[in-house]
Write a protein that binds this ligand. Structure first.
Ligand code: CTP
Ligand code: CA
Ligand code: CA
Length: 673
């Protein structure tokens, strides 16, 4: 009989023929590794996160010795601080002035900027004083990110790699297939067919390993129930050890070839590997073995677990009167479902047990790219606005090129969206990007001007304008015609605009289409984080805009947000606004966010910031639902496993037929260029 992974994945009792200890794992589990089954208990997933990333980029660029304190400055604030500087107590909350007080030798390097009237980003010594005319460019970091990604990929076998760029400085790697292949090389006995040709037969125990050499890795202690036993390593330990070796090699390659250090977590899934990479920093790797999961997680407050912070975390804390993972473990799944709803309850139940079957997605998933600028003081003329539109077009185009495929016409966005803010009102217009002409900077600029022209001609009050943002979305894969659901839905919008009598190349007033859609469809079309903003604006009494593309753009969370929600390629404009609000030397008002204590400089900025929280909560909720769907089958197994004597079949279906391949929202939208 097969055995499903029990609660913490290991049943310590020997199985198989009497007298001969057999592995906990079966031949089927072994073969599942080769096919990247995300329910395989021998799965090996690694997460790699660059240490103080932007700071390292500057150190590499400037040739700064590794022990010199350096921070990356944006206007008067700091957005990345290297570890030597952190030892002085400098953090992202510091202003440059405060940081210099703490460490007079601090190298404070301002980020590169685009400048009004200039067509290239550049490092400018006077950038900090040019918040009015400059706009931050994170291109240098994206470029480094791409180089790092290339090195990582080059050090994994081409046919056995599954790498997901999760943000500008993070990757997930599903190492299962590669570990499987190394396992078979090292332990040829595993290549034998199972007894009676029965894949549910248990494997022999690993013969030639009694002690595994974990080298300098941080090895999370085993769960207490296992620590007291002298259990021999099983195949999950061997597999994860191989994964750890691979990761060590990859990290060494990144260090040797590009001079970047990173930290890594190696575990059986994304959830645990991500917690692992943050466990010890900088330049370390942490292995979370199957038998260590319980202990590892019990060391965290559940509010520290990805997606369990924020509103949901608060809700769970309130409902069960605790923040401790340990306390929540004793709550039966039914009760979680009762208090939190079926999907969320189940998701929480799984998550605190370290169960996460979400897939490592190798496909780049850009949803949209955004370039934006908040104006202080506001701008008042079409001429000024046009200069910025040129910068936005150049910015977006350079990212499109960088993403690859656009020049060859392989992948291109199909819609452009322009938002502008006048007083407390934000208006937006959307237009299809004509497919008949090559997509270049000029084409983007022309379309942006056309859309802006429409807004100006239709609105009675445009000036002064305090913010403009330009985004492109609805990415289409020109080669395969393989369109994601979003592209499909946007195409629906376009079709709708055409049905409503508007030629494709003209600017669509999305609201008209929106209102004509039946409610259910509208919910789906407008679903997702980005749509929230449109609705929000409507509630302010402003009626333009459906999908503004902002949704995937909110990478830079206020405060320490390691998760880099949203696409790295589209992250900075929003982040710029927030950090600017947080650090701007303008008088700080009482507009403080009750959720994260960041001070915003105006009620409008606070509203904007709260929108971000709201949108992130929505996105988190979506992601949870996705994870829940992915793990529904195993949840039952896990629940059963929680009862010690029960056994269920481990042959959970790998994929639910007909369900669109879902990616983890917050992760997959970020792409590694
Ligand atoms: N970042 C940002 N704003 C945030 C969070 C992150 O601009 N709110 C940027 C940082 O500048 C950072 C990069 O995104 O360099 C990656 O973020 P993260 O991994 O959270 O931090 P690191 O600076 O890389 O530091 P660590 O060593 O802790 O990973
Ligand atoms: Ca990092
Ligand atoms: Ca990170």
């Amino acid at each position: 009989m097969s055995s499903s992974p029990p609660r913490f994945f290991r049943d310590s009792s020997p199985a198989g023929a009497p007298g001969r200890k057999r592995s906990q794992f079966t031949y089927r589990h072994l073969s599942q590794m080769a096919s990247y089954s995300n329910t395989c208990p021998l799965r090996v997933v690694a997460h790699l996160d660059l240490d103080a990333f932007y700071a390292q980029c500057e150190m590499v660029r400037l040739g700064t010795p590794p022990d010199k304190p350096l921070a990356v400055q944006q206007w008067q604030g700091l957005i990345a601080i290297n570890y030597p500087a952190r030892s002085f107590g400098i953090g992202r909350h510091c202003t440059v002035t405060e940081a210099k007080k703490l460490c007079p030798d601090l190298i404070s390097q301002h980020v590169a900027t685009w400048r009004e009237g200039d067509d290239k980003w550049a490092y400018r010594p006077d950038a900090a004083e040019h918040v009015v005319t400059d706009k931050v460019s994170l291109d240098p970091y994206r470029l480094e990110s791409r180089r790092i990604m290339a090195v990582i990929k080059a050090h994994l076998p081409p046919s056995l790699q599954k790498v997901e760029k999760a943000s500008i400085d993070e990757v997930f790697m599903d190492l299962s297939a590669q570990c499987h292949s190394i396992l078979l090389e090292r332990y040829p006995e595993l290549a034998n067919p199972p007894p009676y040709d029965d894949p549910t037969e248990q494997l022999p125990m690993p013969s030639s390993v009694s002690a595994l050499d974990w080298q300098a890795d941080t090895l999370v202690d085993l769960d207490d129930e296992h620590a007291s036993e002298l259990t021999d390593p099983d195949w999950d330990d061997v597999a994860i050890l191989i994964g750890s070796e691979i990761v060590r090699d990859v990290r060494a390659a990144v260090k040797n070839e590009l001079r970047y250090t990173c930290s890594a977590g190696i575990a059986r899934n994304k959830l645990l590997s991500k917690l692992g990479s943050a466990y010890k920093k900088p330049n370390q790797q942490t292995v979370v073995r199957g038998r260590a999961i319980g202990k590892f997680l019990s060391g965290f407050k559940f509010t520290k677990i990805r997606n369990l912070g924020g509103k949901l975390g608060e809700e769970v804390t309130r409902a069960f009167n605790t923040e401790e993972v340990g306390d929540l473990l004793s709550v039966p799944v039914e009760q979680l479902k009762l208090k939190l709803g079926d999907d969320t309850g189940r998701w929480v139940f799984n998550t605190i047990r370290g169960i996460d079957n979400s897939e490592v997605n190798s496909r780049t998933q850009i949803k949209s790219m955004l370039s934006a600028k908040s104006f202080r003081p506001s701008i008042n003329t079409l001429e000024q606005a046009t200069k910025w539109l040129r910068i936005f077009a150049a910015d977006i185009f350079s990212r499109l090129v960088e993403e690859g495929g656009v020049l060859e016409n392989k992948r291109r966005p199909r819609t452009m969206n322009l938002h502008f803010r006048h007083g407390t009102q934000t208006r937006s217009r959307q237009g299809p990007i004509p497919s008949g002409r090559p997509l270049d900077e000029e084409a983007l600029f022309d379309l942006a001007k056309a859309i802006f022209g429409q807004i100006v001609s239709l609105e009675s009050q445009v000036w002064p304008c305090s913010n403009i943002s330009l985004s492109v979305g609805g990415f289409e894969d020109g080669i395969t015609g393989n369109m994601g659901i979003d592209a499909f839905l946007l195409r629906g919008d376009e079709a709708h605009a055409m049905r409503a009598g508007r030629p494709q190349a003209t600017v669509g007033d999305a609201t008209v289409g929106d209102e004509e859609r039946p409610a259910e469809k509208r919910r789906r079309i407008d679903g997702g984080i980005q749509r929230f903003f449109a609705r929000k604006e409507t509630s302010h009494g402003v009626s333009h805009g459906v999908s503004n593309g902002l949704g995937s753009d909110h990478a830079a969370a206020p405060g320490k947000e390691g998760d880099m929600l949203g696409s790295s390629v589209v992250s900075e404009s929003r982040g710029e606004a927030y950090r600017h609000h947080a650090h701007h030397e303008a008088p700080i008002t009482a507009d403080v966010c009750s959720r994260c204590n960041v001070s915003l400089e105006s009620p409008e900025a606070l509203q904007n910031h709260q929108d971000w929280h709201f949108a992130k909560d929505l996105q988190d909720a979506e992601e949870r639902v996705n994870s829940t769907l992915a793990s529904r089958e195993t949840a039952a197994a896990a629940a059963a496993a929680a009862a010690p004597s029960s056994r269920t079949s481990a042959a959970a279906p790998r994929k639910r037929p007909g369900r669109p391949k879902k990616t983890e929202r917050g992760q997959s939208k970020l792409n590694f260029g």
